[in-house]
Design a protein around this ligand. Structure first.
Ligand SMILES: NC(=O)C1=CN([C@@H]2O[C@H](COP(=O)(O)OP(=O)(O)OC[C@H]3O[C@@H](n4cnc5c(N)ncnc54)[C@H](O)[C@@H]3O)[C@@H](O)[C@H]2O)C=CC1
Ligand SMILES: C[N+](C)(C)CC(=O)CC(=O)[O-]
Length: 487
């Protein structure tokens, strides 16, 4: 049976949490008194369905069941985990915790609060030890960070359990050891935000110029190395000490107005909102969300390729999903092609006919097969130990066109398999359209001996599990075709 999470508060952040749990196979019950909440959450989930699977190189678990309920009691009933994401007001959060704990004693309650300390959230609660901060980042379904902030009242084992649940849904729980207003990351964001407000208010820069200063430079650096590692490199061969010596004196120069906050009034709001409208008002918020998500996917996939930073978290999550895929009987392979690879058509893939060049279809097949090989345990470790699968024969059919920027998905169906070989049928999908099929025979090889050999028992068991499940599928249209054969 699927595990259940309750999401209390279905706004921007609650919707993101709902999507993350749901797409990782949990049932989700959302409670929010706003009658618009189901629509809003639905739109966030629709975006997430386009985005999150594109980060995965193993089949996603079957989506959980989503329900919108009319009471907190219904939401938390049977829930293993509760995430509170109501508006940022302490009195409201206290009321919500009291209602939850009346009916769900002993259940973990993470709060999305951007700034309240856990000891503040726990005041007057019947079970303070079950309430802690789990502060996410928008979009919650793509960004892995969740700052987990306990107070001394939280039993360490409860916090460890919460961190494990967050890992299971692909997040990176950062344990904040000492509670502090606004945790770690929001202190940072607040500092940058205040500085930016000053720059606009003082007429130094527009909202657009500030955004360019971030996204054309240090914003790109931060996404992959953070602050300290970046500055260490900036110190040159002499490293961090040299960097500090060179830039330390700036600390006493007027390089920041941090503690001096601009007066928050209508004039400031109009100034910022007006410039922001001029900068980005030609896009709807949903459009901006989709642009943001697609950029993040490209960026995160590049990091995943390098097994670096947030990309490492994605790989670890894939490993967990792969283990679950062959583990529990209810998540065993199903009689359906497996969605294995996600790609985007890049400029270098386009030929003189203005569409994706033929060699890239072979590449797309390789991406799909390689992901499948990793899934069945025949990834790079297996190769390093001297065994691999080699391609023996391939037949590509071009059925449609892929153009620059198109997002493609590679699915695989195993037509037949034994200990020494498998015959696969890969479909390269552009949305609902199949733009190409690639049929291939792969042979298992002992690389030192240079000849075919039976796969290891573990690899064969997994390959057989998929082949057995796919044996119930009809033979794909086009399988076994020869070049030039009439339909
Ligand atoms: N928006 C952001 O960028 C981030 C916000 N957060 C935090 O997440 C929490 C939620 O923020 P947002 O989603 O941005 O706000 P939001 O305004 O989009 O959503 C808040 C939701 O809470 C609902 N709500 C109000 N009273 C409720 C109650 N008694 N029971 C259930 N739902 C109730 C509202 O109807 C609304 O849909 C806040 O604590 C915020 O600090 C955390 C990370 C980022
Ligand atoms: C602006 N904010 C304080 C609500 C931001 C966050 O809490 C995190 C984020 O997603 O930027």
């Amino acid at each position: 049976m699927a595990r259940k999470a309750a999401i209390i508060g279905g706004g921007v952040i609650g919707g993101g949490w709902a999507a993350r749990f749901l797409l990782n196979g949990w049932d989700v019950a959302v409670f929010d008194p706003d009658p618009e909440a189901p629509r809003k959450v639905g739109e966030v989930i629709a975006n997430a369905r386009q985005a999150l699977p594109a980060l995965s190189d193993v089949p996603m678990p079957a989506e959980g069941k989503l329900s919108f309920v009319s009471t907190i009691t219904e939401a938390v009933e049977g829930s293993e985990y509760i995430q509170e994401s109501v508006s940022e007001r302490l009195d409201l959060k206290h009321r919500v915790f009291a209602q939850i704990q009346q009916v769900a004693p002993g259940v973990l309650i993470g709060s999305s609060t951007s700034g309240f300390k856990p000891s503040e959230l726990q005041e007057k609660a019947p079970e303070p030890g079950m309430i802690f901060v789990a502060h996410p980042f928008n979009p919650v379904y793509l960004l892995p960070l969740a700052e987990v902030v306990p107070s001394p009242k939280n039993p360490p084992e409860a916090i460890e359990r919460a961190k494990e649940i967050l890992r299971e849904i692909g997040m990176f729980p950062l344990h904040v050891r000492k509670e502090i207003d606004a945790h770690i990351a929001d202190r940072f964001l607040e500092a940058v935000w205040r500085e930016a407000l000053w720059l606009v208010k003082d007429g130094i820069a527009t909202t657009e110029e500030i955004d360019e200063a971030i996204r054309m430079g240090f914003g790109l650096r931060w996404g992959q190395m953070g602050l300290f590692e970046t500055y260490r490199v900036a110190g040159g061969e002499a490293g961090m000490k040299h960097f500090m010596a060179q830039f330390g004196p700036c600390l006493t120069w007027p390089w920041t107005k941090l503690m001096d906050v601009p007066e928050f009034n209508d004039e400031l709001v109009d100034l910022i909102a007006g410039q922001s409208d001029a900068q980005s008002g030609h896009h709807s918020i949903r459009e901006l969300e989709r642009i943001r998500d697609s950029n993040l996917i490209g960026f995160l996939r590049a990091l995943k390729e390098r097994n670096w930073g947030a990309g490492k978290v994605l790989r670890e999550h894939d490993e967990r999903k792969a283990a679950a895929f062959f583990g529990a009987t209810d998540s065993a392979p199903k009689a359906a092609p497996l969605e294995m690879a996600h790609m985007q058509v890049l400029p270098g893939w386009i030929d003189y006919n203005g569409h994706m060049t033929e060699s890239r279809y072979y590449f797309a097949n390789s991406e799909t097969i390689d992901a499948f090989l990793r899934l069945i345990g025949a990834g790079m470790d297996y190769v390093a130990a001297g065994h691999s699968y080699y391609s023996a024969e391939t037949h590509i059919r071009h059925l449609g066109e892929a153009k620059l920027g198109d997002r493609l998905t590679g699915t695989i169906q195993i037509i037949s398999a034994d200990e020494k070989r498998f015959r696969s049928f890969v479909r390269i999908m552009k949305g609902e359209d199949c733009v190409a099929t690639i049929e291939q025979l792969c042979l298992h090889v002992d690389m030192a001996a240079g000849k075919s050999s039976p796969a290891s028992a573990e690899v064969w068991a997994k390959l057989k599990a998929v082949a057995d499940a796919h044996a119930n599928l009809p033979l794909p249209e086009g399988a076994g075709r020869a070049v030039g054969q009439r339909k």
